[in-house]
Design a protein around this ligand. Structure first.
Ligand SMILES: *Cc1c(COP(=O)(O)O)cnc(C)c1O
Length: 392
């Protein structure tokens, strides 16, 4: 007979999912109630209000899509892009490529602005792309490229979109809760995030927000939104304000308890304090890794504290190290993607995973594992270097 599944207890320091706090897991185990129950609707309103706070927006259309970050991405493109629309898409990693795919699949014309993987999106190239084309409907880019650990200048990029009368569509799956993000201040028109990165919830929910301008664009479409499930006009019948909630789909009740709890925890900590915590732990991890002789892929100014792409030391077997970390330390770190496969590791410090204990565990586990393999690293210095940052 098949028996119950009991997962091993891991420490998740990869590109997501990140460690989920016991408080969030406990919230998920609470009794399921009806998705139109007045108590559930009260909780939904709190989720919406907290999402607005953390996105820093007054957008009425702010809600969690009942599916992972990829569905939030699709919700933005399927609602805003019609056949023939011209969209400038920036690609400096895996996720920009997915934006391009969305534009093309919904019949849009994609103007691709490419930058090296591991570098930020070039503001100058985006300006040049706007200068070279007219009637651009939207600019789409990834704020925090999880595939490389790069943060791009979302504020400057959104300003270019505004100056050219175009919408901005922003991927904030890894940035929300980890680094500065200001939807209204930066004039972002459509944004999507995910629960499984810096919000430290189980995967499967995608908070999104549309500006009033974006909502108008959806309302004035020439063609119907080609997705029934993701059509914001319909979903808002359920998530929209007021006492009247129409059945659209059955919300993932317990997953939303989890999201609610994680947002409550973020409120308790304070958004700016959470950004500072990610930065502090990144600095400590960096000090330890650099003491060991391990370097970073990304220029310091463009680094994401929550996703550290570091070079694999010369002659080291990438997969063997990650397998040993998992087996001996229950520690997960991420592999490189695409051209960076085998060249870098991606060490996540996302949400609840950004703790001193995790930084020290990761340094200790890496040092022991690499030393066992006779890798060219400095031993006996990493822990002290990281500890020095924590005691500052
Ligand atoms: C993880 C991630 C996604 C996709 O989110 P899923 O929850 O895996 O669907 C999209 N964009 C970025 C930048 C991500 O890191």
């Amino acid at each position: 007979m098949t028996t119950s599944f009991h997962p091993p207890v891991r420490t998740l320091m990869g590109p997501g999912p990140s460690d989920v706090s016991p408080r969030v897991l406990a919230a998920m185990a609470r009794p399921t109630i009806g998705h139109l129950d007045p108590e559930f609707i009260r909780m939904m309103d709190e989720v919406k209000a907290m999402l607005k706070t953390f996105f820093k927006t007054d957008n009425e259309l702010t809600m969690p899509i009942s599916a992972p970050g990829s569905a939030g991405m699709e919700a933005c493109f399927v609602n805003l892009i019609e056949p023939g629309d011209k969209v400038i898409v920036c690609q400096n990693g895996v996720f920009g490529g997915r934006m391009k795919e969305n534009v093309v699949r919904f019949g849009g014309e994609c103007i691709l602005v490419e930058d090296e993987w591991g570098t930020a999106i070039s503001v100058e190239k985006v300006k040049a792309a706007f200068a070279a084309h007219d009637n651009i409907k939207a600019l789409a880019f990834v704020h925090a490229e999880t595939s490389t650990g790069v943060r791009s200048d979302a504020k400057a990029l959104c300003k270019i979109a505004q100056d050219n009368n175009a919408l901005s569509i922003v991927d904030a799956v890894t940035s929300l809760g980890g680094v500065e993000l200001d939807v209204d201040g930066w004039g972002i028109d459509a944004i999507y995030s995910g629960t499984q990165k810096c919000l430290s919830c189980p995967p499967g929910i995608s908070p999104v927000s549309f500006s009033d301008k974006a909502v108008d664009v959806v309302k004035n479409r020439k063609t119907p939104v080609p997705s029934w499930f993701l059509d914001t006009n319909l979903v808002m019948g359920y998530w929209g304000g007021g006492g009247k909630r129409a059945y659209h789909h059955t919300a993932p009740v317990n997953s939303l308890y989890a999201l609610h709890e994680s947002l409550v925890m973020l409120e308790e900590e304070g958004l700016e304090n959470a950004w500072a915590r990610h930065q502090k732990h990144h600095l400590a991890l960096r000090a330890g890794l650099e003491a060991m002789g391990i370097g970073f892929l990304v220029d310091e100014a463009d680094r994401l504290p929550q996703l550290n792409s570091v070079y694999i030391p010369e002659g080291v077997d990438d997969a063997a190290v990650r397998a040993a970390l998992l087996k001996n330390y229950n520690l997960e770190i991420g592999a490189g993607l695409g051209a960076l496969a085998g060249k870098v590791w991606r060490i996540g410090l996302m949400g609840s995973a950004a703790t001193q204990r995790n930084v020290m565990l990761c340094l200790d586990a890496l040092e022991n594992t690499l030393a066992d393999m006779n890798a060219p690293i400095n031993t006996g210095v990493a822990a002290q270097a990281a500890a020095a940052v924590f005691s500052e």
